[in-house]
Every structure is written in structure tokens, then in C-alpha cells.
Design a protein around this ligand. Structure first.
Ligand code: DAH
Length: 335
């Protein structure tokens, strides 16, 4: 029996020394040191020996048990350093840490989608500065200093002539200054207004559009924007154009889509009207074209501008615009 114990102990030493994973280590521990393991079974067998041999066998088993426990401790310590990364040995059998996959912010997704739709229709992407001159933000857009429409913009002024742009419309002017017609551009970007409540943010995103060419009519404007609405919101939504006022377009309109919540019957989301406003648009005012020295006899154009946060809210039925900025993952993960 004592010979046998020596063999078992030696075999255990080799097994623990070469074990490579915590699962295998646990298997070995149960095999040798468990309640019904090899050592426990040997101890029970002592009872069958005669009195003379019992003490020596008992001592041999206890010694072997202590030795095997220490092999186990060594193996465990070795694997623990592997797991905590203090050693270059790597336990490939460990499960990987869960790795959360990232995704784009819902507003970025909507912005990309809008840009894709217009690029497909032949619009070029143009960008402009967020810190803008009064001239481009207002003056060249037919909104001189004493114009009442300026009051609607709640402008952040940096100095008398410099401000944070209140819309992306100034990019129209910057582009027309640079290139001769025809022009067909969109301009995605950020704008700023001193405004903050459930439907307004002080910093928000817009996509601006402009098309100037010979013979451009309001019919072209409607065709482009209805196709945009169809692609963005689906076949089932109706659109309508309502007369409106913007200093830089004449005539001007706002475009509505039928409410997706109540299918146009009237509900809280559409304030009982059955319609939701999605953008402003119109035929470029001849003064704006004159400011960039375009021949207003030969060329006409249309323009439009839309708020990305607003369109995101409509698309996903979000009640409070501020949710889009709080970066709460429980909210963002739904998109
Ligand atoms: N700039 C306008 C705004 O921020 C939106 C807009 C309306 C842009 C009509 C346009 C347009 O280009 O033609 O409210």
C-alpha cells in the first residue's frame, strides 16, 4: 500500500504541475482531495489493515495528502497570476470578457440617412464655419440689422459682427460666392440659439439645401422634398406645403408630414392637427442671388433647411429633445 501511495503522490505532482486551466485544476482537486477522491478512499481502506501496519500507512497517507495539497496550492497560484495577467502564459480556455458593441448616436444615424438621400439625388456636401460673420448669417440672407425676423433667432453674439451661426443657411451664400451656377448642394452642420426647453436645444443640427439653375420652379422644390419625405418616412405618410415666411425665400413654405402616431386623425403628438412640421423651404429670394452677383434674369433656385433633432424625434416618437443629449445608454441602446 505504501508503495502505491508514493506512486499516486508522484502522479499527482506531475498532473498539478502541468495543469493549464482552472476547470482542469478543479477536476484534479476533486480527483485527489475530494470527499470521494483517491486520498479519502485510501484513508477508508486503512480500516482493513491489521494493527501492525495501520500507523505507518496512516502516516504515509497523511504525508501524501499534505504534499498533494501543496501541489494544488502551487498550481492555483500559478493559474491566478496567469488570469491576473502578471505572467505571459495565457489561459485560452477562459471565457472572454463581454465586449459591448458601439453604435452611432440616433441623430448621427438620421443625419447620415438624410445626407445619403440627397447625395443620391445629385447634391454635393459643403461645410461652413460655426463661428460666422453677421454678414453671412443675416445680411446676405436678406435679413439686415433692423429686420424683425432677427428677433426670432435668439443669437449668441461674439462681437457686433461675429456670432455663432443660428442656422446653416449662411453656407448657401458662402458657396454661391465661390462658384457660378448651376449649384446643387446640401450642408449638414451645427447651429446655436439661446433657447432650451422640451423641443429646443441651444446647440442643434441642421441640414441645409440649395439648388440654383436655369428654369428652377416651385414644382422642382416639391418634387425633391416629397421624394425625400417618401424615402425618410416611408410610402404611407402624406405631405403638404403650408405658406410661411423666411426673409431669404419668396415664396416660402413649411412642409408637414401626416402624423405617424394617429395616421393623420389628430392626437397629442401632432397637437390634434394630424400634421407634423418637418422643414422650411422656398424659392431663393432675388436679393440673395443679387448679393452673390448671380444673374436673376437667367437663374432661379430653391432652398430648404431642416432640424436633425426634430426629425429624429418624429421618426422615433421621442417626447423630450433633451433625452438626445443626456447620453443615457438605456435610452441610446434602443436605436
Ligand atoms: N434657416 C431656417 C431656420 O433655421 C430654415 C430654412 C428655411 C432654410 C427655409 C432654408 C429655407 O434654406 O429656404 O429656421
Amino acid at each position: 500500500m505504501i508503495d502505491n501511495i508514493g506512486k499516486i503522490s508522484e502522479e499527482a505532482r506531475e498532473s498539478f504541475a502541468s495543469v493549464g486551466s482552472s476547470d482542469k485544476l478543479e477536476e484534479l482537486r476533486i480527483k485527489y482531495l475530494g470527499k470521494r477522491g483517491i486520498m479519502a478512499t485510501l484513508l477508508k481502506e486503512i480500516g482493513a489493515l491489521d494493527n501492525e501496519h495501520r500507523p505507518a500507512a496512516g502516516k504515509a497517507i497523511n504525508d501524501a495528502r499534505r504534499a498533494i495539497s501543496s501541489y494544488f496550492d502551487e498550481a492555483k497560484a500559478r493559474l491566478d497570476t496567469v488570469i491576473s495577467g502578471k505572467s505571459r502564459v495565457f489561459d485560452y480556455t477562459l471565457p472572454a470578457y463581454p465586449f459591448p458593441k458601439g453604435f452611432l448616436h440616433p441623430c448621427t444615424q438620421v443625419m447620415d440617412e438624410i445626407v445619403d438621400i440627397f447625395v443620391e439625388m445629385g447634391f454635393r456636401v459643403e461645410l461652413g464655419p460655426e463661428v460666422e460673420l453677421d454678414y453671412y448669417n443675416f445680411e446676405a440672407l436678406n435679413t439686415p440689422r433692423d429686420h424683425p425676423a432677427r428677433d426670432l433667432h435668439d443669437t449668441f453674439y461674439i462681437s457686433e459682427d461675429v456670432l455663432l451661426r443660428t442656422h446653416t443657411s449662411p453656407v448657401q451664400v458662402r458657396v454661391m460666392e465661390k462658384v457660378d451656377p448651376p449649384v446643387q448642394m446640401i450642408s449638414p452642420g451645427v447651429a446655436y440659439r439661446r433657447d432650451a426647453d422640451v423641443t429646443h436645444l441651444p446647440m442643434f443640427s441642421q441640414v441645409e439645401g440649395l439648388l440654383v439653375d436655369r428654369g428652377v420652379t416651385f414644382g422642382h422644390l416639391k418634387g425633391v422634398l416629397m421624394e425625400f419625405a417618401r424615402q425618410m418616412f416611408g410610402e404611407n405618410r402624406k405631405t403638404r406645403f403650408r405658406p410661411h415666411y423666411f426673409p431669404f425665400t419668396e415664396p416660402s413654405a413649411e412642409m408637414d408630414i401626416s402624423c405617424g402616431v394617429c395616421s393623420g386623425k389628430g392626437c397629442r403628438a401632432c397637437k390634434g392637427t394630424g400634421w407634423l412640421e418637418i422643414l422650411g423651404c422656398g424659392m431663393v429670394h432675388p436679393h440673395v442671388l443679387e448679393m452673390v452677383h448671380y444673374d436673376t434674369e437667367a437663374f432661379t433656385g430653391f432652398a430648404f433647411g431642416m432640424g436633425i433633432e426634430r426629425i429624429t424625434m418624429l421618426k422615433y416618437d421621442i417626447a423630450d429633445i433633451r433625452l438626445l443629449l443626456e447620453n443615457d445608454l438605456r435610452f441610446l441602446k434602443q436605436f
